[in-house]
Write a protein that binds this ligand. Structure first.
Ligand code: MSP
Length: 522
């Protein structure tokens, strides 16, 4: 284990709306990776949080008849609760209205100001409040935001500017050198190409302050009228949360920064892949290892979002399918990095097929048979030479840690889960072919019965390990039911997955079905 921490982040979400399937998607994906990396012994630091400043939040508060801070305080618990409900194990939760953040933002501005990267100027142009983004005259057609289609405002203000244009070549060099080193800064590749052509098209300096409202972090210099442009404020959360600007946390900052991954939706890659690394370079800080942009969840072909009125909350689905099945569906059915259509029908199908039939049934049958034939006690590991079927299952189990690791390194959750499913499916096949119910009929086949149940239980033990990052609750329950300790305490998954780890004599508990079948019209 290296002493560097494995720091990963989600975007910090706007508090103008409550969590929905889209924001939960990023958060759950990050959580599955965080959980898996803890299982490989990494010192994981997983950050999520809230973006609480800016005009959009101030407007939402006004509409609700609250002060901006009251509004933020009323929404923040909804995010905390949603992530708890989804078994998200973030190590920290940052809110940009916290003192630690404000202090860090001001320290950052001072550093950039002192190094000559800022200048005062005059901004005239178009602004989209819902996107909190500036646009040029050419970008706004008919006064519509090119991103969300809503009306943009013409703004005219005295602002401070960041010399973003000066970083064009350094950014291009960054993308290229990382590519050459085989550790791309932007993934997946389609996004990299998009960013590359944007930067090659030429960068303009960026207005980094606003004077027409006050809901933001004040710049520490100038005439006191300027608050930080909300996107800059938000991006800085990734460093302020881990102690940037706080002399008492310098050691922590050095250990955690640069981040291993920023998980973001594809809608916000320019901020993360252009503005953010330029800001870091200007401050003399390292840039993150990788910005990974995933696609959109689509319902009936449209992006799910609050503004489109098709946003669903996770709670309704969790109530029907349970937390683990919720997490499983989005990570198994939507290819991470691409857009993915989601539907209730597909979710029911995945649930009944993969979870109720394959995984749930395998566990139920085995736990029942162990109870019936061995009074619920794990039999001794087989002493006889393995049969061809035994060998096949052991070979699949032996290959699983490597295949899973490779898929997770590529953030290919679907393939990682498929690898676990190969073992689950083989174990089901094994039970069918070996037919323990026949072996139980005669005394002379009892040793083989014991061997078959031991082997299949061992496959279940190992499969549960690799289900755990995505399905933490049921995996822990499977381990508990086969008499093992806390699956979440595993810090060396490869050795935990070594064949033969199931101790003879462990007590197996039948329990209720892990994934009771769902009937379409229920
Ligand atoms: N506050 C900014 C981010 C600042 S990060 C320094 C923001 N917030 S947001 O609340 O609008 O969240 C955007 C993020 O939510 C997207 O980047 C993506 O991670 C997630 N999603 C929102 N809708 C989504 C879908 N329909 N599908 C998938 N993810 C989506 O932008």
């Amino acid at each position: 284990m290296s002493d560097r921490s494995f720091y990963l982040t989600t975007p910090i979400y706007y508090v103008n709306s409550v969590p929905h399937l889209g924001t939960a998607y990023t958060t759950v994906a990050a959580d599955a990776l965080a959980r898996y990396r803890r299982m490989t012994g990494a010192d994981v630091h997983f950050l999520t949080g809230l973006d609480e400043h800016g005009q959009k939040v101030a407007q939402a508060a006004e509409e609700a008849g609250m002060s901006p801070q009251e509004w933020c305080d009323s929404i923040a618990p909804k995010f905390v609760e949603a992530w708890e409900m989804l078994s998200v194990t973030n190590d920290d939760f940052i809110r940009t209205t916290e003192e630690r953040h404000k202090r860090g933002v001001q320290a950052f501005w001072q550093a950039l100001h002192d190094a000559g990267h800022l200048y005062q100027g005059h901004y005239e142009g178009w602004y989209c409040v819902p996107c909190e983004t500036y646009y040029t005259e050419e970008q706004v057609m008919e006064h519509e935001c090119p991103s969300c289609g809503r009306d943009v405002e013409f703004i005219r203000e005295d602002n401070w500017f960041f010399k973003l244009s000066a970083f064009e070549q350094q950014l291009l060099d960054l993308y290229e050198s990382r590519e050459a080193e085989g550790r791309p800064f932007i993934r997946p590749e389609t996004r990299r190409n998009e960013v590359l052509s944007f930067v090659k098209g030429g960068l303009k300096d960026l207005s980094i302050s606003r004077t027409t409202f006050t809901w933001g972090v004040p710049l520490p210099f100038g005439d006191g009228r300027h608050v930080t442009y909300v996107w800059i404020d938000a991006l800085l959360n990734y460093i302020t949360a881990i102690g940037y600007g706080d002399p008492d946390r310098a050691e922590e900052f050095a250990r955690r920064w640069p981040a291993q991954y920023h998980f973001v939706g594809k809608d916000i890659i320019r901020f993360h892949c252009v503005i953010w690394p330029a800001m870091l370079m200007a401050a003399g800080l390292e840039v993150p290892e990788c910005v990974y942009a995933h696609g959109f969840l689509l319902t009936k072909g449209e992006k799910m979002s609050k503004s489109k009125g098709n946003a669903q909350t996770p709670a309704s689905l969790v109530e029907r399918f349970g937390v683990d099945a919720y997490r499983y569906y989005f990570l198994r059915d939507v290819r991470f990095g691409e857009d993915g259509s989601i539907s209730m029908e597909a979710m029911v199908q995945r649930y009944n097929g993969d979870l109720a039939n394959d995984w749930g049934n395998l566990c139920s049958r085995l736990f029942n048979m162990t109870e019936k034939y061995f009074d619920g006690v794990v039999p001794a590991p087989p002493a006889d030479a393995p049969t061809a079927a035994d060998e096949t299952m052991r070979a699949i189990a032996a290959a699983l840690p490597g295949r899973y690791e490779e898929a997770m390194a590529a953030l290919d959750y679907g393939t990682a889960l498929e690898a676990a499913w190969e073992l689950i499916k083989d174990a089901n096949r094994y039970i069918e072919n070996e037919a323990p119910w026949n072996l139980a009929k005669a005394e002379e086949t009892r040793p083989r019965l014991a061997a078959v149940l031991y082997n299949a239980l061992e496959a279940v033990r190992i499969a549960a390990l690799f289900c755990a990052p995505v399905m933490p609750l049921t995996s822990a329950e499977v381990w508990r039911r086969i008499g093992l300790g806390d699956i979440h305490a595993v810090t060396d998954v490869a050795s935990a997955a070594t064949w033969g780890g199931l101790p003879e004599g462990a007590r197996v508990e039948k329990g209720e079905p892990l994934f009771p079948r769902i009937y379409e019209d229920a």
